[in-house]
Design a protein around this ligand. Structure first.
Ligand code: PRX
Length: 678
């Protein structure tokens, strides 16, 4: 049966549980398995197991399994099988360093490098199940080290280079990693910045690290070195064979741990597994970045066949994909490392900042490599827009771009229109992909073949539209009832796909409490985002409803930043709230109550530097407002929503739970005087 353009294939998740599970079983056929699975899906929802001391129901932690009994090797699926299929000469990576150095890796070269790195890790005693923390910039060694871990069954955890030594230390200790892979330094905004000293600081405490592997990137001399523990990456790889026979691992074996900010000061290590994650990463990459074969409907219009379990080889061959995210974020795990490589496309890896040495660097790269699919974040689009307000100069040839993608936060209509008009020649579809570290792969997104992208059709800029096949989403009130069209509700995933995180590393109770407790009776996953459904049934994401701030698409916990601020000797109390910002979407604004006698000059730079040291530069408050008090509920919880409203000068919402209402005018006055002086 062919799918018609006028009647698209129904989402199997909306047909029946059986159809959904069969659909994912078919998609798993995209991969090469060493042993077939015996159980496609196992789902043990939270179950009432008693009563908590406070009288509420005690729930069991849910259990999720996909493709149980099956075994596979993830790195083999991303690299070797393409070589075996005769595509060894096809380019896997076009690498461009910030200083302008370039290198190309074919799939055959990538296979040899990954094999050498796998042998190197084995020679250091790394075994299946051991953890390896990777603290590297966007360089080929990051992809190679990641795939080498996957190849030998070691669990990788990538840490963003912009995180501080403290943040790295937490991840090294929480994972119990045996090896840390890092660099001498990294290039950032045209300068070589040292990294190794921060890595040393992170591993200076009590931990399980046996070796620190150091990639030479900037050629720093005089870097700190601990003989025996520290080894140069190139030295360790030099003696290794470039052949390694991959072993199969259980589909449910952990592939990686990715940390994300939650509603407490302690980041959560989400655990993703080998089989289910790779299936959904590969399928959604093919679906959203237009690798699926076409089918022609009765009206003669060709549209991609959404449910196809194989790719169109011509589309695969001509794709040059570029996901601009840092490799340490989940975005790049799924749509720069695993999804595109599982599908055998070519892709660009660019080390540096988009504006170095000039604001047109991304356009230059698109032109140089003939990028066809450009997947980026709204904040980056806004900064390009600011630099090229009058349009991208005609000196850049962007005609290779066929498809655009956005992720990390809701994209504002102006940025969406600018991106489509300037980078996508006014015709490229824009896939606005909504998902999370927790879901592992996209949940909601328009499709490249959607009618909204047709000539003359009414587009929906900023709308994440509808679930990808095989998952389903509801927008509900706090009791789980569907909200009426246009009303605000909570986004829940009521039918999950195989790439859902299985647990929080070392803390299953937190997995239950954070994601499943709110709708335990229904067995729904609470995403933490507000949403609404429009009259066409399309879903719009409205942003976080919890204590998480989304800055430039990066998730940060208000409580984590507050904890850092109150650790400073000047600060008595701190409240951190998101405030609107034209470039970053939200800015971190800190409201601090200071000890008596603190000199009021230079407070902001000192506290910003302090947060930068404690967490990392991305967590630095944009604004620091000194206030006499913070709005609090009767139970002493800071009402951050009121801080945002006071700062933005909007009407204060519900204040009935305020414990210290009389303090509000004084806080408002402090905000006004801060604005007057800045
Ligand atoms: O608030 C949503 C926002 O980013 C959060 C997930 O952040 P993280 O786990 O770091 O993963 C980011 C990349 C997948 C979500 O809860 N978010 C992500 N994509 C979108 C979005 N908000 C609106 N529209 C999107 N397309």
């Amino acid at each position: 049966m062919t799918t018609t353009a006028t009647a698209p294939a129904p989402n199997p998740a909306l047909v029946s549980d059986e159809a959904r599970i069969d659909f994912w079983a078919r998609q798993a056929g995209r991969l090469d398995w060493s042993t077939p699975w015996h159980t496609t899906h196992r789902w043990q929802p939270p179950t009432a197991v008693g009563t908590e001391p406070d009288g509420t129901v005690r729930w069991s932690v849910p259990e999720i399994g996909w493709f149980e009994g099956g075994t596979l090797n993830v790195a083999y699926n991303c690299v070797d099988r393409h070589v075996e299929a005769g595509r060894g000469d096809h380019v896997a990576l076009y690498v461009e360093g910030e200083p302008g150095d370039r290198r190309t890796y074919t799939y055959a070269e990538l296979q040899r490098e990954v094999a050498r790195a796998a042998n190197a890790l084995l020679s250091l005693g790394v075994e299946a199940g051991d953890r390896v923390v990777i603290y590297l910039p966007v360089i080929p060694e990051t992809v190679i080290a990641t795939l080498a871990c996957a190849r030998i069954g070691a669990v990788h955890s990538l840490v963003f280079g912009g995180f501080s030594a403290e943040a790295l230390r937490f991840r090294v200790e929480d994972t119990g990693a045996k090896v840390l892979v890092t660099t001498d330094g990294q290039f950032r905004r045209g300068a070589a910045v040292p990294v190794k000293a921060a890595a040393d600081e992170a591993v200076s405490g009590d931990n399980a690290i046996e070796h620190v592997l150091v990639v030479r990137r900037t050629g720093e001399t005089d870097i700190p070195w601990t003989p025996g523990r520290d080894l140069w990456w190139h030295d360790v790889l030099a003696g290794q064979s470039d052949v390694h026979v991959p072993q199969p691992f259980d589909a449910e074996a952990p592939l990686f741990i990715i940390y994300t900010s939650g509603t407490t000061g302690r980041p959560k290590g989400l655990v993703h597994t080998m089989g289910g994650y790779l299936v959904q990463a590969a399928y959604t990459h093919a679906l959203l970045f237009d690798l699926l074969p076409e089918t022609t409907g009765d009206d003669g219009v060709a549209r991609p066949d959404e449910l196809a379990a194989v790719n169109d080889p011509v589309k695969v061959d001509r794709t040059v994909h570029w996901c601009t995210a840092d490799l340490a974020w989940v975005t790049a795990h799924t749509y720069e490392i695993y999804g595109p490589l599982a599908n055998g496309v070519s892709e660009v890896l660019y080390e540096g900042t988009p504006t170095t040495p000039h604001p047109g660097r991304h356009f230059e790269i698109i032109e140089r490599y003939g990028v066809t699919t450009y997947y980026t974040a709204p904040t980056l689009v806004r900064s390009l827009m600011a630099a090229f307000f009058d349009g991208v100069p005609a000196t850049y040839d962007l005609s290779s771009v066929r498809l655009l993608g956005s992720v990390g936060e809701a994209i504002n209509p102006e940025a969406w229109r600018w991106l489509r008009a300037q980078v996508g020649a006014g015709t490229a579809p824009v896939v606005d992909t909504w998902w999370q570290s927790e879901t592992g792969a996209t949940i909601l997104s328009p499709r490249p073949g959607d009618a909204q992208f047709d000539d003359g059709a009414a587009p929906k800029p900023g709308c994440a539209t509808r679930p990808v096949p095989g998952v389903s989403v509801r927008v509900v009130d706090e009791h789980g009832a569907a909200v009426a069209p246009g009303e605000h509700g909570l986004a829940v995933v009521d039918k999950i796909g195989p790439s859902m995180a299985r647990t929080v590393w070392g803390d299953p109770q937190r997995y239950l409490d954070s994601y499943w407790r709110a709708f335990a009776a229904q067995g729904w996953f609470l995403a933490g985002d507000g949403a609404k459904v429009d009259a066409d049934g399309d879903i719009w994401i409205l942003g976080r409803v919890d204590d998480v701030i989304n800055v430039s698409g990066h998730r940060l916990s208000t409580i984590e930043i507050e904890s850092a601020l109150v650790a400073h000797p000047w600060v008595v109390e701190a409240g951190v709230a998101p405030t609107a910002d034209a470039r970053t979407g939200h800015a971190i604004t800190a409201f601090v109550v200071l000890h008596d006698g603190v000199p009021l000059t230079d407070v902001a730079p000192a506290l910003r530097a302090h947060v930068s040291r404690e967490i990392g530069p991305i967590a630095k408050p944009a604004h620091v407002v000194i206030v006499p008090d913070l709005p609090k509920t009767r139970s002493g919880k800071i009402m951050r929503r009121l801080l945002t409203q006071l700062f933005e000068g909007t009407e204060l919402g519900d204040t009935t739970s305020l414990q210290n209402a009389p303090a509000i005018p004084a806080i408002a006055a402090a905000v006004t005087s801060w604005k007057d002086n800045s």
